[in-house]
Design a protein around this ligand. Structure first.
Ligand code: BTN
Length: 239
């Protein structure tokens, strides 16, 4: 079921409330505009009219340790959807989508776990489609309209993207992440370049980005050896 709203504080918050009421997986809320939308590490997310802002409720039968891999495969679904529009994109680990070095979309995955069991996952996805990124983010964000130099039919994009999510999600749930490793690494941004990662424990790791392993961890070749990072925020090292 897909519910559409003209305006909401956040589709993410709305689906999380629904999740607590035991709704079935696949429930989606999409909003034309969000007034309190947020991204990873609770950063403000800009959701002007013209973009595609939605959250989806998922209840996979996977171990909580597998959730970080699910976020990676969702980026592949988005990357594949953009490819349908002949747009080449890169995935900045773990799940930001970049085109021409600027961010076109972000994915936020939130989970409720109890005693090693997933109650629910809410995946919130924001894609700059026809919206104009705000002035503050103009040089780091890009929209699909800007890339294609024409307005995009959002319903068509959304429909195709949902088909891709369904395909990828069902393969991931039945066979796991391993079959996606190569595709992920082929499309990862700053591969073999020096990157800096702020991990979840506020440690800073820097080294050469070697891509992800079969467990979805980012392998970084640091001065003190190889490090495998499960989650964090990555940026390119600037001299
Ligand atoms: C990120 O890049 O940090 C993730 C951004 C996720 C934004 C989406 S838009 C739909 C959903 N509602 C929210 O409040 N956030 C997510």
């Amino acid at each position: 079921m897909i519910k559409y709203y003209k305006q909401l504080p956040s589709t993410q918050t709305a689906v999380k409330e629904i999740a607590e009421k035991n709704f079935e997986e696949g429930f989606i809320i999409v909003a034309e505009k969000q007034t309190s939308s947020y991204g990873r590490i609770k950063r403000t997310w800009n959701s002007n009219v013209g973009g595609l802002w939605f959250s989806i409720l998922l209840k996979p039968s996977i171990h909580p340790d597998e959730v970080s891999k699910l976020t990676l495969v969702l980026s592949i679904a988005l990357k594949r959807s953009l490819k349908e529009y002949k747009v080449d994109s890169e995935i900045k680990w773990p799940n930001d989508i970049f085109v021409n070095g600027r961010k076109i979309a972000g994915i936020l995955v939130e989970t409720s776990v109890e005693q090693d069991r997933i109650n629910w996952i809410v995946a919130g996805i924001g894609i700059n489609i026809n919206n104009k990124p705000s002035k503050k983010f103009a040089d780091i964000s890009i929209s699909l309209k800007e890339v294609l130099e024409k307005k995009v039919d959002r319903v068509e994009f959304f429909t195709e993207f949902l088909v891709k999510i369904e395909e990828i999600y069902s393969s991931f749930c039945s066979t796991g992440f391993e079959m996606f490793v190569e595709e992920y690494n082929m499309n990862i941004a700053y591969k073999n370049e020096i990157v800096i990662i702020d991990d979840v424990y506020n440690n800073i790791v820097s080294g050469i980005n070697l891509g992800v392993d079969k467990d979805g961890r980012l392998i970084v070749n640091t001065k003190t050896g190889f490090k495998k990072i499960i989650s964090g925020t990555l940026r390119k090292y600037k001299i």
